[in-house]
Design a protein around this ligand. Structure first.
Ligand code: SF4
Length: 321
């Protein structure tokens, strides 16, 4: 039931939140799907979670009954669950964007379109401290303020300073070929370098000025550094790739020990005219994903940080299926 329901919710993307005011449950993010929008909520049933963007014009209704109890009204059915309070960006994590602007202009990304300042290291430490009892992990992402190397250097210092909290630290930045060793030495636990597209041809359209092979080589180099089940890459489903191209991409990443995170497209910005993948395609891709992970001995349940641990935006095999 959950796999099918989550696929339909991910495909629909938006809900109308009604009932008792739910301010503490609303996340407003500067990165990830929904960045810069009207906010989103995390709806959970029996410990399984989905992130839903809020829209007053959505067909799906989520009624907040008070104290986090919620009722989802969808396709003539009612589903009881809870709203989870986000720490920073998502529940149970301080997922912080270090630099909220970027010199690159990837078409699916909201960071460069909605530029924010770089956070000071002290500010980041204070943010983590403020949610400490409610988190199991720290996750960091960043745009690129000046250059990829300068951003990495700043991120390394952030990671070093946050190590004192003794929590797993996940880092998702644009990598250089030898970034992973430096991140590991600084105290990072996991990395996520996003390839975003299933094919090279789509990448060159979506991310002008960036090189998919650089990120792929950095991912491969990260596996011996961080170990099995601790290296990830987001791949967007619905950018125009075929099912065969997506399957090949998943197979190749898993073969190299990298866990793909398959993210159904949220149409918006420059991609507003694209459609979200259908629930059927989301579930079919999740089945392929599950099979390939098993074939190569990978398990996202062992992840500690970032999206594979959060699961809000994706069907994660082993956690959702
Ligand atoms: S799955 Fe990733 S992008 Fe989505 S809410 Fe969770 S941490 Fe953010």
């Amino acid at each position: 039931m959950w796999t099918d329901l989550k696929a339909r919710l991910l495909s629909a993307g938006k809900v109308k939140l009604t009932g008792v005011r739910a301010d503490p449950y609303i996340a407003r993010s500067t990165a990830g799907p929904g960045a810069g929008g009207t906010g989103s909520v995390f709806f959970s049933i029996n410990g399984r979670r989905v992130r839903l963007s809020l829209s007053n014009t959505a067909d799906i209704e989520l009624v907040h009954l008070g104290e986090g109890n919620a009722l989802l009204l969808f396709d003539g059915m009612e589903y009881s669950g809870i709203l989870e309070k986000p720490a920073f960006h998502c529940p149970r994590q301080a997922y912080i964007t270090i630099t909220g602007s970027c010199i690159f202009q990837c078409r699916y990304c909201n960071v460069w379109k909605n530029p924010q300042k770089r956070k000071s290291i002290q500010e980041i430490e204070e943010m983590v401290e403020s949610v400490l009892p409610d988190i199991d992990a720290i996750s960091l992402t960043s745009g690129v303020l000046h250059s990829v190397l300068e951003e990495e250097t700043y991120t390394l210092e952030v990671v070093r300073r946050l190590s004192r909290f003794d929590l797993p630290i996940g880092v998702s930045i644009y990598p250089l070929s030898d970034t992973s060793g430096r991140l590991k030495d600084a105290g990072a636990t996991e990395v996520k370098y996003n390839l975003e597209t299933a094919t090279e041809a789509l990448f060159s359209i979506m991310c002008p000025g960036l090189c998919r092979d650089d990120a792929l080589n950095a991912l491969r180099a990260a596996v011996p550094v961080f170990g099995k089940d601790h290296v990830f890459s987001n791949i967007i489903l619905g950018l125009g790739e075929t099912d065969e191209e997506m399957e090949l991409c998943i197979e190749n990443l898993c073969k190299d020990g990298i866990i793909p995170v398959i993210r159904p497209l949220t149409p918006g910005g420059e991609l507003a005219s694209n459609s979200s993948p259908s629930p059927k395609r989301i579930v079919q891709t999740a089945r392929v994903h599950e099979e390939k992970l098993r074939k190569y001995g990978l398990n996202p349940k062992n992840s500690l940080t970032m999206c594979p641990s959060c699961t809000g935006c994706d069907l994660i095999p082993g956690r959702d299926t």
